[in-house]
Design a protein around this ligand. Structure first.
Ligand SMILES: [Zn+2]
Length: 289
C-alpha cells in the first residue's frame, strides 16, 4: 500500500472517532487519492496525473484517437506510404513494442482494454506518436535520419506510450476547453457535458497536439522506466536527445520537437534519473551497468 493510502486510512479512522459524517469525506478522499496516484512500485517520481483530465471522459478521447489513427493509416495506404507487415523496420518496431507493453498497465489500468497497434509511415518527418487508446506510429524519417538503435527506439516509444498512459491529451483537451473556473468542483458538476463535447470537437487535432514541458518531463521519466523494465539501456535516453538536438541544429524545426518541446534541462533530468532505473535494466537484461 502506498504511503498516501496509509495516511488517508489513518485519517479515516481518526475521523470516525471524531464525527459521524467524517468517515464518508475521508472515504472520498481515499478514493480520489487511489485513483490519481502512480503505481506504488514506480522508481521515477512523477507525482499524480493531472486532475483536470477528469473533466473529459476518457472513452471519448480514446475513441477519437482510434478513429483518427484509422483515418491516418487509410490516407497513408492510399499514397503507398504504409509499411506492410513484412517490412523489417516495422517488425523491429513491433518487437520492441511487445517488450514494452506488459509494463504499461500498472501506469493506467484502462490500458488493459486498449488494442495496442504499431505502424510505420513513409515520411521524411522526424516524428512518432502514440494516440490515446494505444495507437502507435513511427515515421521512417525518425528511424533513418537519427539512425536509432533499438535502445533509442524503445526510449521514443516509451516516451510516446507514457503520454497516452498519463492521459496528457485528455488533460490538454480539458484545459483548453475549460477556463480556470471550469476546473473547480462546482463547474465540473455543471459543465461536464459541455467540456466533453468541446473535447470531442477539438479531437480532430490529436496528432498535432502540443504537449507542455511538464508533460514532456513526465513522459521522459515514465518512458525511461518502461524501457528499463523491458531491458533497454536507460543511457540511450541521453544519446537519443543528443541526436535530436543535433538534427534540430542542422535541419531547423523538427516536427517531433514542435509537439514535444524540450526544456533546457531535459538531458540533465534524464541523467539524474538514470541511477533510479539501472537496477531494473540490470535485472531485465542481465547486463552489468
Ligand atoms: Zn513528448
Amino acid at each position: 500500500m502506498c504511503t498516501r493510502c496509509e495516511r488517508l486510512l489513518s485519517a479515516s479512522s481518526e475521523a470516525s472517532a471524531a464525527s459521524p459524517w467524517q468517515p464518508r469525506r475521508a472515504f472520498l478522499l481515499a478514493a480520489v487519492g487511489a485513483a490519481l496516484s502512480g503505481p506504488a512500485f514506480a522508481q521515477v517520481n512523477v507525482g499524480n496525473a493531472s486532475v483536470a483530465r477528469n473533466l473529459v471522459p476518457a472513452d471519448r478521447i480514446e475513441a477519437a484517437g482510434v478513429q483518427q489513427y484509422g483515418q491516418l493509416l487509410a490516407q497513408a495506404r492510399a499514397k503507398g506510404a504504409l509499411a506492410g507487415d513484412n517490412n523489417p523496420q516495422l517488425q523491429r518496431l513491433r518487437t520492441i513494442a511487445q517488450r514494452l507493453i506488459p509494463f504499461a498497465t500498472p501506469w493506467n489500468t484502462r490500458a488493459r482494454e486498449w488494442k495496442w497497434e504499431v505502424n510505420l509511415l513513409g515520411s521524411k518527418q522526424i516524428n512518432a506518436f502514440c494516440m490515446p487508446g494505444g495507437k502507435i506510429a513511427f515515421f521512417t524519417g525518425i528511424l533513418d535520419q537519427l539512425k536509432l538503435s533499438d535502445d533509442e527506439v524503445a526510449m521514443v516509444m516509451g516516451h510516446e506510450m507514457a503520454h497516452a498512459l498519463r492521459e496528457h491529451a485528455r488533460a490538454r483537451m480539458a484545459k483548453s476547453a475549460g477556463t480556470g473556473a471550469a476546473l473547480s468542483i462546482g463547474a465540473q458538476l455543471l459543465g461536464l457535458g459541455q467540456v466533453g463535447d468541446l473535447a470531442a470537437r477539438a479531437g480532430t487535432q490529436l496528432i498535432t497536439l502540443k504537449f507542455s514541458r511538464s508533460d514532456e518531463t513526465e513522459a521522459d521519466l515514465v518512458g525511461l522506466e518502461l524501457a528499463a523494465r523491458a531491458g533497454y539501456d536507460p543511457k540511450a535516453s541521453v544519446s537519443l536527445w543528443n541526436k535530436m538536438a543535433t538534427a534540430s541544429k542542422n535541419q531547423g524545426g523538427l516536427s517531433f520537437l514542435s509537439t514535444h518541446p524540450s526544456g533546457p534541462d531535459r538531458i540533465a533530468k534524464l541523467e539524474a534519473n538514470l541511477p533510479k532505473v539501472e537496477d531494473l535494466y540490470r535485472a531485465a537484461s542481465g547486463v552489468d551497468v
